[in-house]
Design a protein around this ligand. Structure first.
Ligand code: C5P
Length: 320
């Protein structure tokens, strides 16, 4: 189904694998789903997915330094909504890596949050992926890329993708990731809503809509989208974006229809709800079009804030 590209992600890793560092700063991107096809509810409470992940240039940052115990500080928009204890994904990631490698999780972690919380942009998963990369470098664990992916999958379905980033096909519950060939850069406008949506609630709403026969046109297979990614014509890509979760996000947040309509009226080539929402992403023809489109959408007052982004970008990486 895909044109797999050679798996050389280990070569691309900038993380020092042998020598442990005293302080490590890791940047990690947000993701959007260019295609999201959701299967029926599985007995384990998850849904099988076929998705095309795409990492975009909105970043969070984790700084890790040596400490005897696990300490976490956070700054940024909305951090007051995040748990500070063992439920925080940063804490969970550091604890999981420590336990996997048989050490105590001694690390001071500082999260600089810029990706909107509960926005359908995998911000929490991004922070978990960044923490894995930061602690891996700080502790010099020597784990292989595959082992790090395995630990990532225990933390959340989107976390493995945020290690390589780029554009990738996700299957299973989203945790089985293989890169796809995408030519050049794509330009996006992200409309960020006031307030988040809880992912499990959106999946639950989709199950209810399906049981009531109230969903139409399933996203199906992403073959047309994958062909469009190779072709690099934004007008062709525009016609292939698809998200099964959109109907559920719109049912829970009807006002998102106004956001999508505003984007279309202001000249977006296409617009979809990102993942489980409520962020909406709009495709632009190029960087200049994205900047103009962002200004026009912002002027419509249909969302809390608007950002311009491009993709694909690499996943969690040590910043130099
Ligand atoms: O994997 P993650 O912890 O991010 O998933 C959060 C929740 O989203 C799950 O508990 C489940 O309710 C829902 N989910 C799902 N199917 C998936 C991924 C997530 O139903 N493939």
């Amino acid at each position: 189904m895909t044109d797999a590209v050679p798996d050389n992600r280990d070569d691309q890793r900038e993380t020092p694998r042998l020598a442990a560092s005293s302080e490590v700063r890791v940047r990690v991107p947000a993701k959007v789903n260019l295609h999201l096809s959701v299967g029926p509810l599985r007995p384990d409470g998850y849904h099988d997915l076929t998705t095309v992940y795409h990492a975009i240039s909105l970043h969070d940052e984790i700084t890790a330094s040596r400490a005897d115990t696990l300490e976490l500080t956070m700054i940024g928009d909305g951090i007051d909504q995040l748990p500070t204890g063992g439920d925080n994904l940063v804490v969970r990631a550091a604890t999981a890596l420590a336990s996997h490698t048989g050490r105590t999780p001694g690390v001071r972690l500082h999260l600089r949050k810029r990706i909107p919380i509960a926005g359908g942009l995998a911000g929490g998963s991004a922070d978990a992926a960044a923490t894995l990369v930061a602690c891996d470098a700080l502790w010099g664990t020597g784990l292989s890329r595959d082992e790090l992916m395995t630990v990532a999958a225990t933390l959340g379905s989107d976390v493995p993708f945020l290690l390589p980033g780029g554009t990738a096909l996700g299957t299973g519950r989203g945790e089985v990731v293989s890169p796809v060939l995408a030519v050049g850069s794509w330009h996006w406008v992200v409309a960020i809503a006031a307030g988040g949506l809880a992912t499990p609630e959106v999946y639950g709403e989709l199950d209810r809509l399906r049981a009531a026969g109230r969903t139409r046109r399933p996203a199906g297979e992403p073959d047309r989208l994958l062909a469009a990614l190779r072709q690099h014509d934004p007008k062709v890509l525009a016609d292939t974006l698809a998200n099964d979760m959109q109907a559920a996000a719109l049912a829970l947040r009807p006002e998102l229809r106004q956001t999508l309509h505003a984007g279309a009226e202001e000249g977006a080539l296409a617009g979809i709800v990102s993942g489980s929402g409520p962020s909406c992403v709009f495709l632009a023809a190029d960087a200049d079009h994205a900047a103009k489109l962002a200004a026009r959408i912002a002027g419509r007052g249909v969302c809390r804030t608007v950002r311009v982004a491009h993709g694909p970008v690499p996943g969690a990486r040590v910043a130099h």
